[in-house]
Design a protein around this ligand. Structure first.
Ligand code: URA
Length: 196
């Protein structure tokens, strides 16, 4: 298996889709390569594109505040996005872009092997489910993906638009922390089907 550093070197030179022409930096992901919790956002925004680091803009500040509230530090988790390059004007990722970029995320997940994956928002959550999920219903629930517990949560940017969602994001993070502290692993796929 490749190391994260090797994978990052390859991703940083990626020209597999047209986003390579408009990006400033590839935003590969940051954090603890041995993290038990991996957060998956949607795609870099303007500040992320400029710095090469995920979640450093307004949504990132809200994420940092939320992490602090539940006693998590960025250094102990890993944060990546579905797309490694910024879509122009922060438009939604296209299906083709997601399909092309996904192997990078899959390999990151395989290398890091987290106990919990927390996809943020609809685009990320739907990568891990064979059923079409709406984050409004699916946030805070749990299902299993390749033996990893998946707990979808609201995207921090959604909270910036609708502050009434903030307590749900904090609650869901608390649930994630409880699961991590319990030492549990994802239940078998078959047990999870009944959740939906
Ligand atoms: N939104 C995301 O989904 N990812 C980032 O890195 C920043 C904002």
């Amino acid at each position: 298996m490749r190391t994260l550093a090797e994978l990052e070197r390859i991703a940083s030179a990626c020209v597999l889709c047209p986003l390579a022409e408009t990006r400033s930096r590839v935003v590969f992901g940051t954090g603890n390569p041995k993290a038990e919790l991996m957060l998956v956002g949607e795609a870099p925004g303007r500040r992320e594109d400029a710095t090469g680091i995920p979640f450093v803009g307004q949504a990132g500040m809200l994420l940092d505040r939320t992490l602090e509230k539940v006693g998590l530090r960025r250094e102990e988790i890993y944060i990546a996005n579905v797309l490694k390059c910024r879509p122009p004007g922060n438009r939604d990722p296209l299906k083709e872009e997601i399909d092309i970029c996904r192997p990078f995320l899959d390999e990151q997940i395989a290398i890091i092997a987290p106990r919990v994956l927390a996809p943020m928002g609809n685009h990320a959550a739907n990568l891990f489910s064979s059923k079409r999920l709406s984050i409004t219903k699916a946030h805070g629930t749990m299902f299993s993906y390749k033996g990893i517990a998946v707990i979808p949560i609201y995207h921090p940017a959604a909270i910036l638009y609708n502050r009434t969602l903030e307590p749900a994001l904090v609650d869901d993070f608390q649930e994630i922390v409880r699961f991590l502290r319990s030492g549990a692993r994802a239940a078998r796929e078959a047990d999870q089907l009944s959740l939906f």
